[in-house]
Design a protein around this ligand. Sequence first.
Ligand SMILES: NC(=O)c1ccc[n+]([C@@H]2O[C@H](COP(=O)([O-])OP(=O)(O)OC[C@H]3O[C@@H](n4cnc5c(N)ncnc54)[C@H](OP(=O)(O)O)[C@@H]3O)[C@@H](O)[C@H]2O)c1
Length: 242
Amino acid sequence: MQLQGRTAVVTGGTRGLGRAVAQALADEGAIVVAAARDVEPDSPDRGGRIVHVKADVTVPQSVADLMRTAHERYGGPHIVVANAGVSRPGPVSALSDEHWEAVIGTNLTGVFHTVRAAVPYLRDAEAGRIITMSSLLGRRAMPGAAAYCASKAAVERLTEVCALELAPQGITVNCLSPGFIDEGQGRDLMANEAIWPRLQGTLAMGRAGTGAEVARAAVFLASAQSGYVNGAVLPVDGGVRW
Ligand SMILES: NC(=O)c1ccc[n+]([C@@H]2O[C@H](COP(=O)([O-])OP(=O)(O)OC[C@H]3O[C@@H](n4cnc5c(N)ncnc54)[C@H](OP(=O)(O)O)[C@@H]3O)[C@@H](O)[C@H]2O)c1
């Protein structure tokens, strides 16, 4: 129970990787506010340690309300996981403004909104923790993923700047960079028979990761164990030959 007494906010904490992270943080004793757009507010999970709150990371006021709600109900937040993300695949020559803006607005601007709204609370938390969510595709180019790759590369630089700016306030900012994970968007990719066999051939371990494996890395970055880790981008991809 490394996170007893801590309050965590996980954006996109209702499905896929975010849900796995929310469950792992709750299993370590944290109270977790799991936020998403399409969720039944207040529906409890994990014996009441996970509480769902409606929020849209593309809307600054919505994220500010989320942090205030977490603070007023549970104290903190002490840990913020900026996980919410979307993907809109398609060749760049045919990518609509709408799809580009959905990806950049959620994956990059949404992380900015989340970090900005969290700082006043994390400043007062002893050893505040921010964890952002990139992807293997933040470092590697994949045809058909222009907006997604660009958004994740930018999240990694944003994380590094925030780490430098917020360290004097006792807040660490680190980034998880999952590879192909059998959860959420990764599971959809694995179901694509035209793409998955080729991608699977690049995986050193010969398999996709699990949500629990990503979540264990999140627990490390959220806990006191990572006290001197700041500005890191931690790959959780099992090793990829690509
Ligand atoms: N799965 C993988 O293999 C993989 C690999 C590398 C990186 N990642 C990254 O990990 C994160 C989670 O991915 P996933 O695969 O778990 O995706 P997912 O299953 O599609 O879940 C995405 C979550 O984000 C929420 N969300 C989306 N837009 C939102 C918004 N504007 N405001 C608030 N919440 C929003 C969704 O809920 P609502 O739709 O109800 O809002 C949902 O809870 C993403 O950042 C993704 O890029 C995933």
